[in-house]
Write a protein that binds this ligand. Structure first.
Ligand SMILES: [Zn+2]
Length: 109
């Protein structure tokens, strides 16, 4: 890990590369040996958010029987007015997967 700072902002002591366990997730950090303050990079914090499920627009692929499933962020469901029974058309794009919602009521289902 790259040392992105040299001294603790709180007490001025030289920081050391360390590991920190937050909510069961191990993160790389810089730690002050004197006051114990820990400093994290933004990528470590994103990792923490993803692993704790705090990153709102990130979902993990899972399995349900033989299927691969993914839970949708509730914001997306609300914004696109998606209801149970609606359809999603998958389009393979170079940058990722696009899901076009089709409302069941619009196709008379
Ligand atoms: Zn300190």
């Amino acid at each position: 890990m790259k040392k992105f700072m040299k001294t603790c902002y709180k007490c001025g002591t030289g920081v050391k590369v360390a590991k920190s366990v937050k909510e069961g997730i191990t993160l790389d950090c810089l730690k002050c040996p004197k006051c114990g303050e820990e400093y994290f990079t933004s990528s470590e914090l994103i990792k923490f958010d993803i692993k704790t499920g705090k990153r709102k627009m990130v979902r993990k692929f899972g399995t349900l029987g033989d299927s691969t499933v993914m839970r949708f962020p509730s914001d997306v469901i609300k914004d696109y007015k998606i209801k149970p029974g609606d359809y999603g058309i998958f389009e393979k794009k170079p940058e990722g997967i696009l899901i076009k919602p089709i409302h069941a009521k619009d196709i008379g289902n």
